[in-house]
Design a protein around this ligand. Structure first.
Ligand code: PRP
Ligand code: ZN
Length: 342
């Protein structure tokens, strides 16, 4: 945290000159000048004007590898030096900031970065705590990884009947904003203790009666004698952006967005090939999952059979393959798709 802040401040200092020059050249006024954020040193929008889009990713932790991996799948090659705050893409006008996930919303709100990847939980928590500051941040799309949930959990000895059982109790969490909103909505009055980490030990040390924390496999809860009671939020990694993006960067953003969409689509799609009796072609087409119009081709030397190729935009299960087989299909082949662009 401290490290990130310091480095960012230094970078801000170095970049302000360039920015001032750029703004003078274009006659632009700093769009953030009238923003309440402008008291923040980051809000001087240090690196705008160099024509490169800035994306903030988690430096280390759950989402880190998948986030970098997603960019790589989108054909963006990065210098892999994880100790650096900033790495540049060689083949795309994109700079990657590797920061603490908790800091990502601030990097976007101050326009140091225009896009980011982080857990929905982290974005919603910041927006619950500081609605105005993070109002310009928008979730663009869910990325299908880093799935977890924010839940209330209590020791197994706690007689938990419903969320009402938390009235008058103390709850430890790193998600005060979301928890407060949830309790308010349910009409429950409880004390909240904010903890930065190790929330799961709070009941054992009598700091709190219950906790509200992220659950993924559930192992942390089990090994701390806690039982999950209420799910407050289902979360996963999302692509977020700052809505105040200048038009030059907007173009780069659109390009990257379309590539990421294509990667996600390809990840979820399969190419299926099979041979089908002409007579049962309709039945076989009906079984093919999530495929609009398969390609049908003649099979040399066979009057009664055709080859069918289709892109299925969902998983192809064994049960589906068996059903295809029951309908007379043979030589069924399902292969992954690497890239896909309409
Ligand atoms: C989260 C959460 C739990 C754990 C849950 O912590 O705070 O401790 O993951 O995962 P599980 O259900 O798979 O056991 P994280 O590892 O992200 O670190 P942090 O608490 O230090 O932020
Ligand atoms: Zn934890």
């Amino acid at each position: 945290m401290t490290k990130t802040k310091t480095m960012t401040k230094n970078m801000t200092k170095n970049m302000t000159k360039t920015m001032a020059k750029n703004m003078a050249r274009t006659g632009a006024t700093n769009p953030l000048a009238t923003n309440p954020l402008s008291t923040n040193p980051l809000s001087t929008n240090p690196m705008s004007g160099d024509g490169r889009l800035k994306i903030a990713l988690q430096k280390s932790g759950r989402l880190s590898e998948m986030s970098v991996g997603l960019l790589e799948k989108a054909g963006i090659s990065l210098t892999k030096s994880r100790d650096q705050l900033l790495c540049r893409a060689h083949n795309f006008p994109l700079d990657v900031f590797l920061v603490r996930d908790d800091d990502i919303p601030a990097f976007l709100a101050t326009n140091v970065c225009q896009v980011g990847i982080l857990g929905q939980n982290a974005l919603l928590e910041k927006q619950a705590l500081f609605a105005e500051k993070y109002a310009a941040l928008e979730e663009v799309m869910a990325l299908g990884f880093g799935r977890c949930r924010l839940s209330i959990a209590a020791p197994t000895s706690f007689e938990y009947r419903s969320v009402d059982s938390l009235n008058g109790k103390t709850i430890a969490t790193s998600y005060r904003g979301l928890l407060e909103a949830y309790l308010r909505d349910k009409g429950v009055e409880a004390d909240i203790v904010t903890m930065e980490g190790a929330v799961e030990v709070a009941p054992r040390t009598h700091l709190a009666d219950a906790i509200c924390d992220l659950v993924s496999t559930g192992n942390t809860l089990i090994s701390n004698g806690l039982q999950e009671q209420d799910v407050i939020l289902q979360s996963q990694a999302v692509l977020i952006k700052n809505n105040n993006m200048d038009s030059e960067l907007q173009e780069i953003y659109e390009k990257i967005l379309s590539r990421i969409r294509a990667v996600l689509r390809a990840d979820n799609s399969r190419y299926i090939m099979l041979n089908s009796p002409i007579d049962s072609l309709d039945a076989i087409k009906a079984v093919l999952p999530g495929s609009a119009s398969p390609t049908v081709m003649p099979l040399q030397g066979r009057e009664d059979m055709v080859a069918v190729h289709a892109v299925c935009e969902e998983e192809v299960f064994w049960t589906t393959m068996e059903e295809l087989q029951r309908n007379g299909a043979n030589s069924i082949l399902v292969v992954p798709i690497e890239k896909m662009l309409d």
